[in-house]
Design a protein around this ligand. Structure first.
Ligand SMILES: NC(=O)c1ccc[n+]([C@@H]2O[C@H](COP(=O)([O-])OP(=O)(O)OC[C@H]3O[C@@H](n4cnc5c(N)ncnc54)[C@H](OP(=O)(O)O)[C@@H]3O)[C@@H](O)[C@H]2O)c1
Length: 330
């Protein structure tokens, strides 16, 4: 396929990012558990398709994703935007922990500077066992990230927009955040769409609108709800065997069952499959800068590129979705 990739501005970073981006996460797992030749082939093909942003994290495969991506980056030397993350274990010595994490990522990736650096912790109103308080994010993490920028170790600082909705809105409204990884898919469209009361997913309260207002670059995560939008429970052999949903149903099987509610889109000819509909739904959201894809094999990458080439879902398909969402809330 020729390079038909669409490029968009990643918020205030000014970077021109491809509409599809390549996730090196644990779920699909190609960059964690795939064979070395398959990993290199996938990145080479992604670049050939016009993808120019690769996302990884120290926690993906406990360092395997960054290590394996580093091997491919050294071999191919592609002109790409590379992003990684840091999950803070606690709030003692935030600058030290961030610096150590960045330096380790740079070493594994074989880079001198990270283009994008995201906080991986979910964010809450206050710091708790599983969340970092938004106060700490703005008063400790953001200033430490600013120093890392000044030192030339990172270009831009972002957050993972998971946790409590109010805290995420506060973080984006602060003006201290360059980019946000936002959970958005047909099962949880709330970052861009209103859903009825009782809808069975966390309400992100149109976070993407705020992101646009504050010029925060937006990166879609979980576009297929970790694969549940395929409507199949069975997992690829390279994929993580079990995965917990993010901001959607209570478990993966429930998400798979709920995904079947979107089958009218296929029966009525708006898309050829649920997966295609899932990609085109996210890609057609104009407040989203780029959509990360999670792959277990090269076929997943080719499929996503083919779906992107078909363009956004047409307006009547969105009307159909707006009629389906209330049924999930019932
Ligand atoms: N910041 C964060 O906390 C965070 C959280 C989540 C994700 N992310 C980023 O976002 C990226 C993508 O997210 P994700 O992998 O978690 O979820 P995802 O993209 O929603 O789902 C990926 C899964 O979808 C299935 N899939 C993909 N293409 C398919 C196709 N053509 N047909 C059928 N099934 C298909 C595969 O399942 P099988 O492998 O079972 O076939 C694949 O593992 C990650 O790699 C990571 O970079 C970031």
């Amino acid at each position: 396929m020729a390079n038909q990739m669409d490029y968009r501005t990643l918020g205030r970073t000014g970077l021109k990012v491809s509409a599809l981006a390549f996730g090196c996460g644990d779920v699909g797992g190609l960059m964690v558990r795939g064979a070395p030749a398959d990993r290199e082939r996938a990145i080479a093909r992604a670049v050939e398709l016009g993808i120019n942003y690769l996302d990884t994290a120290p926690s993906y495969g406990s360092g395997e994703s960054e290590r394996n991506l580093g091997v491919v980056l050294r071999a191919l030397r592609p002109q790409v935007i590379v992003g990684t993350k840091c999950r803070l274990p606690d709030t003692t010595d935030v600058p030290g922990a961030l610096t150590r994490s960045v330096e380790n990522s740079l070493k594994l990736l074989g880079l001198e500077r990270l283009d994008l650096f995201h906080l991986h912790n979910p964010i809450g109103r206050v710091t708790g066992e599983r969340r970092l308080g938004v106060g700490e994010v703005l008063d400790a993490v953001a200033p430490a990230a600013r120093r890392l920028k000044e030192q030339g170790k990172i270009r831009f600082f972002g957050i993972t927009a998971l946790g409590e909705t109010g805290a995420l809105h506060r973080a984006l409204a602060s003006g201290a955040i360059d980019t946000a990884q936002v959970c958005f898919n047909m099962l949880n469209p709330t970052a861009a769409h209103e859903v009825p009361l009782g809808y069975p997913a966390q309400d992100f309260d149109r976070l993407l609108d705020l992101a646009r207002e504050k010029e925060v670059g937006t990166i879609c995560i979980r576009v297929l709800a970790a694969g549940a939008l395929s409507g199949q429970v069975a997992r690829h052999p390279v994929a993580i065997p079990a995965v917990a949903p993010i901001a959607s149903g209570p478990d993966y099987a429930t998400d798979v069952e709920r995904a079947k509610a979107f089958e009218p889109l296929i029966k009525e000819g708006y898309a050829a499959s649920l997966v295609e509909a899932g990609f085109r739904f996210a890609l057609g959201t104009e407040t989203m800068s780029t959509v990360l894809i999670g792959c277990s094999d090269l076929g997943h990458l080719e499929f996503a590129a083919a779906a992107a080439a078909k363009g956004p879902l047409p307006a009547p398909a969105l009307d159909r979705l707006r009629a389906i969402w209330p049924r999930l809330a019932a």
